[in-house]
Design a protein around this ligand. Sequence first.
Ligand code: AHM
Ligand code: MG
Length: 331
Amino acid sequence: MLQTKTLTQFLITHLVDKPDHTTLSLLLSDLATIGKVISQKTNSAGIAKILGSAGKTNVQDEDVQKLDILANDLCKEYLMQTGRLAALASEEEDAVVAMGDSGNLADYIIAFDPLDGSSNIDVNVSIGTIFSVYKRIPELDRMDEKQFLQKGKEQVLAGYILYGSSTVLVFSFGDGVHECTFDQGVGEFLLSNERISLPNTPTYYSVNECNVNCVREYDKKRMTWLRDESGLRSRYIGSLVADFHRNMIKGGVFMYPEIYKKKEDVYVGKLRLNYELNPMAFLIEQAGGMATDGKGNRILDIEPKALHQRSGFIVGNTNIVETLETYYTEE
Ligand code: AHM
Ligand code: MG
């Protein structure tokens, strides 16, 4: 017997409190459908021969996997026919993507990473889809990149779908973080965690320790503190969605500092502000935590300057993020 609400029932209840969220709720339902399809595709990827590299790189010079393309095309095509979105931006697309005539009058735009954790696609390790939704700025052309350069605090819906040992959809409209788990037998997402809140006592820290010699002195100190003094245990999957999800449920901190690039002689972040950091920052704050760029700036207050902008990232329990921030020194 069903002992919990379906996502649809949850959204109907949500609409009683927020009657102006009809389109947003339908959009979340569209994203859940996309999640079901990607989940099914990733589960059978080995058999369907859609694993491996697509043999090309994206705008950020990263190797693109076949499943990256499949997920990106699926998101674009499915969302376009809903008419609920004016424009779309994706990790896999150089520029803003038009959402067809049906999106002409739509009030929302979406930025997403269709399949995050590319290096884990081929090896049966958790990956995810991340999404971030804003109101369209009516004064601007819907294809104007500035539509997507709104501060993260303006997000009206953010979340991710984690394809792990089960498929979970985690989302927030700005009034708490909720989790639904896909029940294959029922064919529906069922509410599994309402109003997630970070445990007061954190358990884990997550950072790619092999970068320790390519980060600034203060980041080295942060990494040493995490390892030797924080009392936290180390866990690192290499899929932001999976690392973030574990730390939000168990308590902890995830950090991806800026890395030194010898060729250009600069320090740059790996993760992208608009469709990786902003949605995660939105969720962590809703769960009672904190997210910064590692230089004292709240992620949600940063004004993005470019679609694929990268940044350093520290996210998790407030006391740990604050402690790590004390190491920051201007250089
Ligand atoms: P992707 O969007 O190309 O998959 O890259 C982002 C991923 C994140 O999921 C993860 O946190 C990070 O890259 C891992 O990077 P690294 O392998 O350098 O530790
Ligand atoms: Mg990504």
